[in-house]
Design a protein around this ligand. Structure first.
Ligand code: SAM
Length: 269
């Protein structure tokens, strides 16, 4: 069944959606001609964008697998996009693990697609919210129904806090760190200007400046500082393909700096 068509009204088909373009970069099918055209234009200008999206989502899968293996059974995925192509509940289901998952995204298009995909799954919910409003998210009925904050939670901030300014990013991380129990994890990935050619960073910034999501590239030190107050698990904050790679031929591993993405996982003590 084509969930994309099921949820698309005329308004949703007029403009390319950043969330559906990201789905296209990932090889998903929740996108339309208008999204594919825009995505192909981006690829023409900046071919590494597909590598970035795919290696980032692959990191998310490896990190979620690691947390499930550590016994974490509840996840709050902040800035989740469209939850296909190996998102949290799919990883859990593939591993035949019980997991409760709340997806949170600010984008109404991503949320509508998520609702259609997640219909009939009582342990998975989606909330439309801005991560800069942690109180609203933490008090939301879907969150309090599915997440028990007295037990370890996996909080995901994967490819999202580069869309918020320095002060807000710090506040978001602090608020969720304070809300979770010891033994919980923060999974983080973030774009960086360290590694890729400066002109590639400029091009990417220019492309996103015209979208609803201007992007902020940060340094390794700045990104690592978001994990302050957590014990950073091995191998530390590294380019996304270098985070516990599954074999030497993994996508992006030969030239990890081309991904322009750092990733790390912290455990709350
Ligand atoms: N986390 C997913 C992943 O890594 O595969 C999706 C990442 S996608 C690049 C970024 C998502 O963050 C988009 O769906 C966008 O709508 C969402 N987003 C951006 N700013 C946000 C905010 N302030 N609050 C909540 N979601 C936000």
């Amino acid at each position: 069944m084509d969930h994309a068509l099921e949820v698309a009204g005329d308004a949703l088909l007029e403009k390319p959606s950043v969330a559906r373009m990201y789905d296209y970069f990932l090889g998903g099918y929740h996108n339309f001609a208008v999204d594919r055209l825009a995505a192909q234009q981006v690829i023409g200008i900046y071919p590494d964008v597909m590598l970035m999206a795919r290696t980032n989502r692959a990191f998310l899968r490896r990190a979620v697998t690691t947390l499930l293996e550590q016994g974490v059974e509840q996840f709050l995925d902040l800035g989740s996009g469209i939850p296909t192509v190996g998102s949290v509940h799919e990883v859990a289901q593939q591993l035949e693990r019980d997991a409760r998952v709340v997806y949170v995204d600010i984008d109404p298009v991503a949320v509508q697609h998520s609702e259609a995909i997640l219909q009939g799954q009582p342990d998975v919910a989606v909330v439309q919210a801005d991560i800069r409003e942690p109180e609203y998210i933490l008090g939301h009925a879907a969150v309090t129904r599915l997440i028990d904050f007295s037990k370890p939670v996996g909080v995901l901030l994967v490819a999202v806090i580069h869309f918020v300014d320095d002060a807000a990013a710090r506040q978001v991380v602090d608020a969720f760190r304070d809300a979770i129990a010891p033994g919980s994890y923060l999974v983080l990935s973030h774009v960086t200007y360290e590694g890729p050619p400066p002109e590639a960073v400029e091009q990417a910034q220019r492309i996103y400046a015209n979208s609803t999501n201007p992007i902020i590239f940060r340094s390794h030190a700045h990104i690592e500082s978001f994990l302050g107050g957590f014990e950073i698990v091995e191998p530390g904050v590294v380019y996304v393909p270098q985070w516990r790679p599954q074999g030497p031929n993994m996508l992006g591993l030969a030239q990890p700096e081309r991904t322009a993405f750092f990733a790390g996982v912290g455990r709350k003590l």
